[in-house]
Write a protein that binds this ligand. Structure first.
Ligand SMILES: [Zn+2]
Length: 420
C-alpha cells in the first residue's frame, strides 16, 4: 500500500537486505562518514525526510535557500547535504555517476549515488537559513564546518543499524509509527518535540495541546493521541542525557499521568540547527511524514540566544498554505506555576502575573542538582526518581551531559558487522 507523506509524495524506504546487498557493494569506493551524516542517512533511507530520497543537489539547495522550496515545489526549510573534502574526492577519483559505499563504525552502512558534485557559498546558505551569518550561531557554525564540496544523490541503506538499549523501544520508522497509530485507532495525533526531561510545565504543554487537538471530536471513545518525539543528535555539555529524556517521558504514561491509549514515546535522529522558524517548519515536515496530524509549538521553538522573536516560529505558519503543509500547528504560550491558583496553569489564562513562577531552566536545574524530590506539582515523584536512576545507570552520576558521557556513552545505534 502506498503511504503518502509530506508534499503529497509517497514515502519510499530505500533499505536493502544486507545479504542481498553484499554482491552489489563489493568493490565500491569506501567513504567513512561522521555521526551527523550517519544519522541523516538513516532518516533519509526510512523516509523521515520524504520527499527527499537522498542528499540534495545544487538546484534543491538553491530552492531551499532562496524560497524555502525544493525544485519540485515542495516546501522545505533546511538544506540536507553531504559534504566531502576536495582531497578525498581527488584521491579517490570520485566522479558523477559513481556509487559510493558509506561506512560507519568501520562497517558498510549505505550507498550514495553520485548525481552531482558541487560547491556552495556557505555564508549565503547560513544567512538565508538562519537570518544571520554570525559564527556564534550554532547553525551557522555547523554550516561553516562543511567541507569544500557537496555530493547530491540518493542513498540506500545496505546494513540497517541496530538501535541500542533503551532507544530500541522508541525508534519507529514512518511506516511503523503509522501502523502503531492505526492500531490505536487515533484520528488525530499531536507531536511534542522535546530535548528535555518533563517537569509539570511540559506535562501541561502536552495536555493542553492534546485538548486543542482533540477539539470537536466525540469524547466517548478517545481517538486523539500525543506522540512525544524526542530529538536525538549531537550532544553538548549540559544537555540532558538521551536516556533520561526518553525514559522519563515514557514514565509519564507507565505511571498513569497519561492514559495508556493516548500516549506514545518515540525518537527521531536529528542534529538541531537552532534555525527557529525555519526549523519549526522542518520539524512539522518530519512529523507529517510520521503520520501525525498536529504539532505543538511553544515559546521560542528551536531558537537560540536572541536571534529570533519567541513567536517567530508561530508566525511562519501563516505564510504557508494548508496544501503545502498538511500538519496543523498548535500554538501555545507558557505554562507556569501559580501559588495563588495553587496549580500549574496557563499564562494565557492566569491573571496573577506578579505571583506566578516560571519553570526557568536555572530553577529546574538547581532542583535536579539538589537531588531532593520537589513537590509533586513541579516534578512527578516517579519522574524525579527516574532522572536520578538514569543518571547512575547511563550518565556517570549525572543526568546532564559531561565529558565522561561524551567519551564513553552507549551509542544510539550500532552498525552490525558485514563481511564483503
Ligand atoms: Zn494564578
Amino acid at each position: 500500500m502506498k503511504i503518502i507523506g509530506h508534499g503529497g509524495k509517497e514515502i519510499v524506504e530505500r533499505v536493502m537486505d544486507p545479504r542481498q546487498a553484499v554482491d552489489k557493494i563489493r568493490g565500491l569506493t569506501r567513504i567513512p562518514i561522521r555521526d551527523q551524516l550517519a544519522r541523516e542517512v538513516v532518516m533519509l533511507s526510512y523516509g523521515f525526510f520524504t520527499p527527499l530520497q537522498g542528499f540534495m543537489t545544487k538546484a534543491d539547495v538553491d530552492g531551499v535557500v532562496a524560497n524555502m522550496r525544493l525544485t519540485d515545489g515542495t516546501v522545505w526549510s533546511i538544506p540536507i547535504v553531504f559534504d566531502l573534502a576536495n582531497e578525498e574526492i581527488d584521491a579517490k577519483r570520485i566522479k558523477q555517476g559513481d556509487t559510493l559505499l558509506l561506512t560507519y563504525q568501520d562497517q558498510p552502512m549505505a550507498t550514495l549515488d553520485v548525481e552531482e558534485i558541487f560547491s556552495y557559498d556557505l555564508q549565503k546558505m547560513a544567512e538565508k537559513i538562519y537570518g544571520t551569518a554570525e559564527e556564534k550561531h550554532p547553525g551557522c557554525a555547523r554550516t561553516y564546518k562543511y567541507a569544500d564540496r557537496f555530493i547530491g544523490g540518493k542513498v540506500t541503506l545496505v546494513n540497517p543499524p541496530k538501535m541500542s538499549e533503551p532507544f530500541d523501544r522508541f525508534f519507529f520508522t514512518p511506516r511503523q509509527l503509522r501502523a502503531k497509530i492505526a492500531e490505536k485507532g487515533w484520528l488525530r495525533s499531536v507531536a511534542h518535540q522535546t530535548r528535555n526531561v518533563p517537569h509539570s510545565g511540559h506535562e501541561w504543554l502536552m495536555k493542553g495541546s492534546w485538548i486543542a487537538c482533540h477539539g470537536d471530536l466525540p469524547v466517548e471513545k478517545i481517538v486523539t493521541g500525543i506522540v512525544v518525539s524526542a530529538v536525538m543528535g549531537e550532544k553538548r555539555k549540559g544537555d540532558y542525557i538521551d536516556e533520561a529524556i526518553v525514559l522519563t517521558h515514557d514514565a509519564l504514561r507507565t505511571y498513569g499521568y497519561f492514559r495508556e491509549d493516548v500516549h506514545i514515546t518515540s525518537i527521531v535522529l536529528w542534529d538541531m540547527r537552532y534555525a527557529g522558524p525555519k526549523e519549526a517548519i522542518f520539524h512539522a515536515i518530519l512529523r507529517t511524514n510520521l503520520g501525525l496530524t498536529h504539532h505543538m509549538f511553544g515559546r521560542d521553538h528551536a531558537g537560540v540566544g536572541t536571534y529570533y522573536d519567541p513567536y517567530d516560529a508561530h508566525r511562519i505558519f501563516d505564510t504557508i498554505s494548508e496544501d503545502d503543509l498538511r500538519i496543523k500547528p498548535i500554538r501555545v504560550l507558557a505554562w507556569w506555576f501559580c501559588p495563588v491558583c495553587g496549580e500549574v496553569t496557563y499564562s494565557g489564562l492566569c491573571g496573577h502575573t506578579k505571583e506566578r513562577q516560571n519553570f526557568s531552566g536555572t530553577v529546574v536545574r538547581s532542583i535536579i542538582q539538589d537531588g531532593v524530590r520537589p513537590p509533586r506539582i513541579i516534578f512527578r515523584p516517579e519522574v524525579f526518581d527516574l532522572i536520578m536512576e538514569t543518571a547512575e545507570k547511563y550518565g556517570f552520576g549525572s543526568p546532564y551531559v559531561g565529558d565522561e558521557y561524551l567519551a564513553k556513552r552507549n551509542p544510539l545505534f550500532t552498525v552490525p558487522p558485514l563481511k564483503l
